[in-house]
Write a protein that binds this ligand. Structure first.
Ligand code: BGC
Length: 846
């Protein structure tokens, strides 16, 4: 039987809200018959119907949609066996650009000028009287700052840190919450607005008031009564505001100070005033993946530190908040301190730099609960001061952008399973509304280089569509006139006006505008992401080319060295200046690869001239790399792992030169006893360059190496996430000294791509896995590996086992896709959808 499952609107599920006037619909098919493909489908909304053979991104092209209206999407599909299926979903529109009746409001008397700190959270309130029976009610709201809504003191919605972090100069999301049940009776609507990213201290320089001088709030309560009449209650000067709320302080770095002993009735409320923050963003219904707490962790131990405080170990490094059930007395102060690691049994917090990462809670009387809402920490350990162990029950909530888990990897080596777990936790901890670098210290910024190198792995583990589409919208709006992509998005200029006026293109960090959409396109198959980002890619490459040619002649015109690159960032050898010195190699290889990808994008978009132009640019850059950096016989004048890995992986080296270059890399790797020598750019690819060029066992040796620096060194040292520095904890168990030591940085977890693409062997050959390869890489004494990827067409599942030269593979191929299966005895099969098992004998020569 054919079945349609999981119809999405704008990549969102049933009941979602969108402000896209032309939403995209996608759907998956399921069948118990093998070799099933979609023959045709019709997708309809009201009077509009379209016939299609596509399952991904069918765009609505009917009458204009009405604001705040629910629509039903109907899909009817026919397969190649003549079977038919039908399914429906719903979506709702948001304001669709309709004017807001509400006005931005703030506290007229509150001025906040302090440097490096965060403003007092503001609390707004409005008493709402309901006199007629309510059929439906909803709130559309947003803030400059981050906000939470309460109805009669009870939180509305499950989201954290709304309205999310966007380039507030250009776009600001608003949220829509259904409050039909709440508004059955009169009551009080409250909003707490903390400084968040817009006004609070943010960036390692602890800048504040980045987007506005103080918080502001905007909300409309829409009510439809049973008698058909309607009401809209918008924020205006009739709302009250106070700085005297229970949230005394809240910011991402220092944490939160909350006073539950305060009596709400005696708070000093005053009338709000209209506020003009100077920002003029487009207000768009929430389109990103909201931060939520979908997981709760219980401590694995509760002990005392040598200095006598209560210490909870959650057994896992992660980003989130504590959640405490407390028996307290009014005025009792409890402090929660957080850290990723211990040294001599005590919290080790100096790595957090200026971030205090504390939650300070003042109790009311009796049994109560507390969990911070306006901050988060990156931690495994929590020290609790000011309460007896018998009076507190402590668990923790894991916070991250709510993305569906999309993949899984397991194998017979438990160390690799721990590595996979570390990669996933590293990703979860750093997908906090934007892709951040780390969740603990005074940084947590949208560093573009980190996601540029990690995006393939991210797309295997999660459905990244909403999260990345949102972030890429900011990448687009933050692109500088000259084409440069700032190194953090949303961008906060760190070095004054000059940086804004004269930003430069930086290899890999800037190439996020190409590498991230390309990874997303290959994983999800939606051409829209390419269409959307193609102009950005072009403009960016123009900037790269300009900088490569700047004051250069001859071959040097394709060697990209100015003005600044992060180079082989975080390579195990050396420090910043050494990594940066490697910039000309990494940048030139990167320019070659990005031009090649953009040429492919141009081809997909049917832009032949442009395809040829970028192809030529990429070829010229490849030639320059070889002419300038090598002896043209496959040997680099200056050798280091990354300088071989990039040109080998990107096919800059060809033929005999490539063969020699691979041998030279292998020599370096062996001389280094299989320890990793790469920084951000080379780490994702080094194992591919070995495994794909005849050195599979060397690749496995490097993957399974436990000596420092290596992935499994971290695992052996007890890591539960991915570290920023390969030697974050030295062999003697002490934390490395320095100001850039994070134990939760996902970038070098980019090796996850290799686990899926080679160890299990699942790799898309056509975007969205329409056609994909399964080609397991036997080695490393692994005797089984299994993996799954939930593609836009459905679930791919692979499990292989090896016993006494007998290789057995079980796999599931989703409806509508084709699998090219390459078995270790070199046999090849092309198979359509269905469940399969194959067994082959392999000889020692295979
Ligand atoms: C961040 C990195 C980032 C880098 C770029 C660091 O402080 O943590 O992950 O990409 O800066 O300079």
């Amino acid at each position: 039987m054919l079945r349609i499952n999981n119809i999405t609107t704008e990549n969102l599920g049933e009941g979602c809200i969108t402000d896209n006037p032309r939403p995209r619909f996608s759907f998956k098919l399921n069948s118990d018959k093998a070799e099933t493909t979609l023959k045709s489908a019709s997708v309809s909304v009201n009077e509009w119907t379209t016939e299609t053979t596509q399952q991904i991104s069918v765009r609505y092209a009917g009458e204009d949609l009405e604001p705040f209206t629910a629509y039903t999407v109907k899909v009817e599909a026919f397969d190649n066996h003549g079977e038919k299926a039908h399914a429906e979903t719903t979506f709702q529109t948001g304001k669709l650009g309709q004017e807001w009746k509400a006005k931005w409001i703030s506290d007229p008397t509150y001025t906040f000028k302090e440097k490096k700190n965060s403003p007092r959270p503001l609390t707004f309130r409005k008493k709402i009287t309901v006199e007629k029976e309510v059929r439906k009610a909803w709130i559309a709201s947003t803030a400059v700052g981050i906000y939470d809504l309460y109805w009669n003191d009870k939180k509305i919605g499950a989201d954290y840190f709304m309205p999310g972090f966007t380039d507030y100069k250009h776009q600001l999301q608003y949220q829509v919450y259904d409050v039909t049940d709440q508004l059955a009776d009169s009551g009080c609507l409250e909003a707490v607005v903390a400084g968040g990213w817009a006004v609070g201290a943010f960036t390692y320089k602890r800048k504040n008031r980045i987007y506005a001088d103080k918080q502001a709030f905007l909300a409309e309560v829409h009510i439809v009564y049973e008698d058909g009449s309607t009401d809209v209650i918008g924020t205006d000067e009739t709302w009250d505001v106070t700085t005297d709320g229970r949230y005394r302080m809240a910011e991402f770095y220092n944490g939160e100070v909350y006073d539950a002993s305060l009596d709400r009735s005696t708070m000093n409320w005053k009338k709000a005033s209209l506020e003009d923050s100077g920002l003029r963003p487009r207000l768009l219904a929430h389109y990103g993946a909201p931060v939520r707490a979908n997981e709760r962790l219980s401590p694995i131990s509760c002990t005392l530190t040598p200095s006598g405080s209560l210490l909870y170990d959650f057994g896992q490094n992660f980003a989130g908040v504590v959640d405490a059930v407390i028996k307290g007395t009014k005025g009792q102060v409890i402090t929660f301190r957080h850290a990723e690691i211990l040294q001599e049994g005590e919290l080790y917090t100096s790595l957090l730099r200026s971030a205090k990462a504390e939650a300070v809670y003042t109790c009311s009387e009796g049994e109560q609960t507390y969990s911070p809402r306006m901050t988060y920490m990156g931690f495994r350990y929590v020290e609790v001061i000011g309460i007896e162990v018998s009076d507190i029950q402590l668990t923790a909530l894991v916070l991250h952008s709510d993305m569906e888990k999309n993949g899984d990897f397991q194998c017979s080596d438990p160390r690799l399973n721990q590595l996979q777990s570390n990669i996933v936790w590293g990703a979860k901890s750093n997908f906090m509304d934007i892709p951040t670098d780390c969740p603990q210290r005074d940084e947590r910024m949208g560093w573009t280089g980190d996601i540029a190198v990690f995006s393939n792995t991210a797309c295997y583990n999660f459905n990244m569509s909403c999260f990345l589409d949102k972030w890429l919208m900011d990448v687009k709006s933050e692109q500088r006139r000259g084409g440069a992509i700032p190194e953090t998005i949303p961008h906060i200029p760190m070095f004054g006006k000059l940086e804004s006026m004269f930003p430069v293109a930086i290899a890999y960090w800037g190439d996020s505008c190409i590498l991230v959409p390309w990874a997303e396109y290959m994983a999800r198959g939606d051409i829209e992401v390419l269409r959307n980002m193609y102009p950005v890619m072009k403009k960016y490459l123009k900037a790269c080319k300009f900088w490569a040619e700047f004051l250069s002649v001859g071959k040097q015109r394709r060697i990209w060295k100015v003005s600044f690159h992060y180079g082989d960032w975080c390579a195990p050898e050396g420090e910043y200046k050494d990594w940066i010195k490697r910039g000309k190699w990494t940048a030139t290889a990167c320019l070659m690869n990005s031009s090649k990808i953009v040429s492919q994008v141009a081809e997909i978009l049917n832009l032949e001239d442009e395809r040829d132009y970028y192809q030529k640019l990429s070829e010229e850059t490849a030639t320059a790399y070889l002419d300038v950096f090598t002896d043209r016989m496959g040997k680099l004048h200056e050798e280091f792992q990354t300088a071989y890995v990039l040109p080998i992986y990107y096919d800059i080296f060809q033929g005999n030169e490539k063969k020699a270059a691979v041998d030279n890399l292998v020599k370096l790797v062996r001389e280094n006893n299989y320890s990793i020598g790469t920084g951000f750019p080379g780490t994702p690819y080094i194992l591919f360059t070995l495994a794909d060029n005849g050195y599979a066992e060397d690749a496995y040796k490097m993957l399974l190496n436990e000596a420092c620096p290596s992935w499994l060194y971290e695992v052996k040292a007890g890591a539960t996430t991915i570290w920023e520095r390969w030697d974050g904890i030295e062999e003697d168990g002490r934390a490395k000294e320095g100001d850039m030591i994070s134990f939760n940085h996902y970038a070098s977890g980019a090796v996850g791509d290799f686990l899926y693409r080679r160890v299990v062997g699942i790799e898309p050959l056509e975007a969205g896995y329409k056609r994909f390869q399964v080609k397991p890489l036997i080695g490393g004494e692994l005797f089984w590996a299994s993996g799954e990827v939930d593609t836009p067409y459905g679930l791919i599942f692979v499990n292989w086992e090896l016993e006494d030269q007998k290789f057995r593979i079980d796999l599931i191929v989703p409806v509508g896709t084709t699998c090219e299966l390459a078995l270790p005895d070199h046999s090849l099969k092309t198979i359509g959808s269905g469940r399969y098992s194959f067994q082959v004998e392999i000889s020692d020569n295979d």
